[in-house]
Design a binder for this molecule. Structure first.
Ligand code: GTP
Ligand code: MG
Length: 401
């Protein structure tokens, strides 16, 4: 499945439940994503455990029988950590740790850990550290602090061991301090943003790993880090871009994910302000991903949370080079046609209608349709620009489509 070059990858087991609201296929896809997250964090998934349950068990997430299976597997296979595909309550976390006596992580800790690993600037590190401490505070329990924290690896990056061994009061003080530090930086950032003048602001947004940074590099000739792992970008990059004489600001920022921890959304306030302040959003979608429609929904949900859902938006469907779809033989009347069977052309029609034409299909990697993409962006930016500078309307000719 995923390429694994590093022999030091920590051996982990994934655990998920198949609930009544999500079918088996969905839960497999969720576990695929959890596996990708694990791989990004430096883990190798040795086995997945799933259980059908109406709702997760309030004490141990999974039932007793499944837990026995898990205990046995963990003991026999040198497993370093167990990762649950949901947020564990402090009680569940505590109980499961007592039973398994190895590292117990949930989806949120895993995402926080990746953010901690990837944070480059002191600003990003401060934001992640704050989110980690806030998640940690209700979960500080005796066993967890002295047993699990002594080991390294996934889930253990970020707050240092000495702090962890102390009590909640110290964690609370640290949270207060980090908040103060962030407030100062937030103020500086917002001054910086207001100093950028009246140029139109365009933000690349979308699910993680869809190609935002690749597109940024292509359009702005910058060198933003892009790779096939989740959350390659944490810090925002802003570049001045000129298309056909018309200058505007383009920003590349952190990608979104399903169930993005709320602590992260809150502490990444300033980073997300870049989105909030944008005049135009380019919502990038990886159309080659089987779950891309759900990705769009997750992104829209987060946009709603940060009050940015009603901005002018161009939907940019990327990775058309990698798009595949299921086909139905002409004589097969048993198969019902679903969106999984759509050709690219059908998707184009669907989205053109939905977005009133503000849609483009591209491949950033193969540079397909990039000229059309630039024209689409130009047209939209121009519309916004001339409302701001009506007098230099004539400078920027309308282009025919
Ligand atoms: N096949 C294909 N791959 C692409 C395309 N565009 C980008 N990629 C690949 O997708 C992966 C992710 O690209 P990034 O540009 O880092 O994605 P991102 O949206 O910035 O990701 P985060 O910063 O992690 O949120 C990289 O391996 C890219 O090479 C494309 O058009 N086609
Ligand atoms: Mg990126």
């Amino acid at each position: 499945m995923l390429e694994k070059k590093n022999l030091d990858y920590e051996r982990v087991v994934l655990v998920g439940v198949i609930t009544t609201t999500q079918n088996e296929e969905k839960s497999h896809e969720y576990l695929d994503e959890l596996e990708f997250l694990t791989y990004t964090a430096g883990g190798e998934v040795v086995k997945r455990f799933t259980q059908r349950l109406e709702t997760p068990n309030p004490k141990t997430f999974i039932g007793t029988g499944k837990m026995d299976e898990l205990i046995q597997f963990v003991e026999e296979n040198e497993i370093g950590a167990v990762i649950f595909d949901d947020e564990l309550t402090p009680a569940q976390q505590n109980n499961i740790e007592k039973i398994l006596r190895i590292k117990v992580l949930d989806r949120t800790t895993l995402i926080l850990d990746i953010f901690a690993q990837r944070a480059q600037t002191s600003y990003a590190r401060t934001q992640v550290e704050l989110a980690q401490y806030e998640y940690l505070l209700p979960r500080l329990t005796g066993l967890w602090t002295h047993l699990e924290r002594q080991r390294g690896g996934i889930g253990m990056r970020g707050p240092g061991e000495t702090e962890i061994e102390t009590d909640r009061r110290i964690v609370r003080d640290r949270i207060a301090l980090l908040k103060k530090k962030l407030e100062t930086i937030d103020r500086q950032m917002s001054t910086q943003r207001s100093n950028r003048g009246a140029l139109v602001r365009v933000a690349l947004i979308g699910y993680t790993n869809v190609g935002k940074s690749t597109l940024m590099n292509l359009i702005s000739k910058s060198e933003v880090f892009a790779e096939n792992k989740l959350f390659a970008t944490l810090d925002t990059t802003v570049r001045k871009v000129v298309i056909g004489n018309l200058p505007f600001l383009l920003s590349d920022t952190v990608g979104f994910i399903r169930k993005l921890p709320t602590q992260l959304i809150e502490s990444f306030k300033s980073t997300l302000d870049e989105v909030r302040d944008a005049d135009l959003l380019l919502h990038i979608v990886d159309i080659s991903h089987p779950n891309f429609e759900e990705h769009i929904a997750s992104v829209n949900q987060i946009l709603g949370e940060i009050k940015s859902i009603n901005k002018p938006t161009i939907m940019v469907f990327n990775k058309i080079d990698a798009y595949t779809h299921q086909t139905i033989e002409d004589d097969d009347l048993m198969i019902e046609k679903t969106s999984r069977h759509f050709s690219l052309e059908e998707w184009k029609q669907t989205w053109m209608n939905r977005m009133n034409g503000d849609v483009i299909f591209i491949s950033a990697l193969n540079k397909e349709n990039i000229q059309e993409f630039r024209e689409k962006v130009y047209k939209k930016v121009r519309e916004i620009h001339i409302t701001r500078f009506p007098y230099n309307n004539f400078l920027y000719p309308e282009i025919e489509e």
